[in-house]
Structures are given as C-alpha cells and as structure tokens.
Design a protein around this ligand. Structure first.
Ligand code: HEC
Length: 313
C-alpha cells in the first residue's frame, strides 16, 4: 500500500503543479490583459490571431525584418496558421502558393547565361529577405540592424512562457504618444525632439538622439539624455526603429478592427508561432501522453498486486 500512496502523492503533486501553472503561474507582468491563449501546458495558439499576425508581418515588418528560418510552406503545415486538411502537403495549399507568389525573390539557381534572375517565390522558398546582406540593411537604417525575427520571441524571453511574445507586444505598442514628442532648436542649431515628463514622480525632459526613438520597454539607460531629477530617470532605452503601428495600419482580411493593440497582439502571437512552429502539436500530444502514462502505471500496479497475491513476502 505504501507504493500506492507514494504514487498517488506523486500524481497529486503533478496535478496541482499543472493547474497552478495553467491558472496564472506562468503569467507575468507584461503579458496582455487576460494572458496569452498559448500559455500553460494545455494552452493553444489562437490561429486567427496568428493569421492576422502574418498579415501584419507581410505588410509592415517585412519591409525591414527578414525571417530566414521560415519557408512559405511552413505557413500551411500542421500547426501552422494556414494549415488546411485538404492539402496535407503544404506545397499544394493554394493560399500558401498565393502568398509565396506575391514575393519576388532572387532565384538561387543561375540561368543559362550564369546570371541570377528574379522570380515569384514558391512555397518551398525561404521568406523573402528585405535586404541582400547586413551591410545593405544597416545602410538603409541609419547604421542599425533590424534583427531577423524568426526566433525573436525566444531570443528576448528568459524562459518564462510567453515572455518573449510579451516583450514584442509591449515594445511595438509602447512608444510614447506622438503628441508628447516636441521639437525645438538644439544647441547645435539643428532641430531636436524631446519628451516632456510630468507625472506624480517623474518631471523633466528627455532628448531623443537623432534617428533614435525612446521606448520604455527597450532595455537601456537614458540617463545621459535626461534633464530632470536624477533619481527619477525614466525606464527604458532608445532604439533605431521608429514607431510602426497606427490604428488602421493594415486592413485585416477577416474584418477585425486593426487597432494598435490588436496588431501588436497578433504580430506577437505570429512571432511566437514562428519561433516554435510545432508547439501546438507538442502540447496537444503532451496531455494524452500523461493520461496514458498514469493509466498504464495504475494497470501495472494492480497486475503486480494480482500476480504476487499468493506469494508471501
Ligand atoms: C523601417 C524599418 C523597420 C520596420 C518596418 C520595422 N522595424 Fe523593427 N527594427 C528596425 C530596426 C532598424 C531595428 C534595430 C533597432 C536598434 O537596434 O536600435 C529594429 C528592431 C526591432 C526589434 C528588436 C528590439 C530589440 O530588443 O533589440 C523588434 C522585436 C522589432 N524590431 C520588431 C518589429 C516588428 C514586430 C515590426 C512590424 C510591426 C517591425 N519591427 C517593423 C526597423 C524596422
């Protein structure tokens, strides 16, 4: 009976841990209100949102950021946003084909005269890169490099479920209201942008360096640009990416209203999927496997009892 008790205690602990995790153990301060649908051991990506997120990526972010670890066909594979059971082979999925064909890429295979031609992409091609190389990307962005977004939610998370997605969500919608950004003539005679802080705690002015934008969610230190109480330097840092989203920036195919919050939520969820395209499948497999193992353990325990019933020990 001792073993049964131990077993039982083990399973109860597991069950409690799982529910605690699902019930908000994994929710952290920066998650959207209501948390992420994919958080927790049985959470699932909201595929409508991942689809919309792809639209935001295509129409906004892809102008500067590549996603070189993804191919168009990934969009139509099982666990992907445009998976269709009628097309188990994503290369045949008409929507995926259409998305691919909308992008012109440089054919990696040379033509008969040895030159490389542009052609519409195919589902098997990797996502189109906005720039041919890092130098070109920097040259177009004032020296800053727009990082590849394939695994950005992994790169910017610290292990907690959805932390990387929350970072993207907060960062992309976290720029100060444009109305609070003022312009004046700087000491060198050029115009400079500054932000006036005037709330309960923080009073002062923050000057944005040329080509840099303040964002409270960007890790950094703005002390050098702060004119105000040194004990209340604003949180955050500067980055070379201007604010990208304004209400109605995209027109969603599914008719959802494209508020900044909605687009930030959708792109974050799309990037969460991209960083781990098989997560939904893994999670939906995980629970049945656990249940199976529990049942199997019980069965083994009772057959053990039965087989050794008549043997004294
Ligand atoms: C006009 C070009 C441009 C567009 C469009 C753009 N970005 Fe960026 N982005 C940049 C640049 C440049 C950087 C690098 C900033 C730096 O290092 O200072 C950057 C950095 C980032 C970072 C990394 C921040 C960090 O922690 O280092 C993320 C995340 C990001 N962009 C997400 C997005 C998303 C999501 C979109 C689409 C909604 C988008 N970007 C659209 C230019 C762009």
């Amino acid at each position: 009976m001792k073993l049964l008790r131990t077993l039982f205690a083990g399973f109860s602990a597991l069950a409690i841990a799982t529910t605690a995790h699902a019930a908000g153990g994994s929710k952290h301060a920066d998650a959207p209100e209501g948390g992420w649908p994919f958080a927790g051991p049985v959470g699932k990506l909201e595929m409508d949102s991942v689809q919309r997120g792809y639209q935001v990526y295509r129409e906004v972010c892809a102008a500067c950021h590549g996603m070189k670890l993804l191919s168009y066909r990934n969009l139509g594979e099982k666990g992907g946003p445009f998976y269709d059971y009628e097309y188990p082979n994503a290369n045949d999925n008409p929507l995926v084909k259409e998305f691919a064909a909308m992008d012109e890429i440089l054919d990696p295979v040379p033509n008969d005269s040895g030159d490389y031609d542009y052609r519409p992409a195919r589902p098997s091609d990797p996502f189109r890169s906005p720039y041919p190389n890092e130098q070109a990307a920097r040259a177009a962005n004032g020296g800053a490099y727009p990082p590849d977004l394939s695994v950005i939610t992994k790169a910017r998370g610290h292990g907690a479920d959805g932390e990387g997605a929350s970072y993207v969500y907060r960062l992309i919608k976290g720029y100060p209201d444009p109305e609070t950004i003022l312009t004046r003539e700087g000491e060198d005679g050029l115009n400079e942008n500054y932000i006036k802080f005037d709330d309960d705690k923080t009073h002062g002015e923050l000057v944005q360096p040329l080509g840099q934008y303040y964002n409270p969610y960007m890790p950094g230190d703005v002390t050098a640009q702060w004119d105000g109480d040194p004990r209340h330097v604003p949180y955050g840092g500067f980055l070379a990416m201007a604010p990208q989203l304004t209400d109605g920036r995209v027109e969603y195919m599914d008719g959802t209203e494209a508020t900044v919050d909605q687009m930030a939520y959708d792109i974050a969820q799309f990037l969460q999927w991209a960083g781990d395209p098989k997560q939904s499948q893994r999670k939906s497999l995980g629970l049945p496997v656990m249940i199976y193992l529990v049942l199997l353990s019980l069965l083994l325990w009772f057959s053990y009892q039965r087989i050794w019933r008549k043997v004294g020990h």
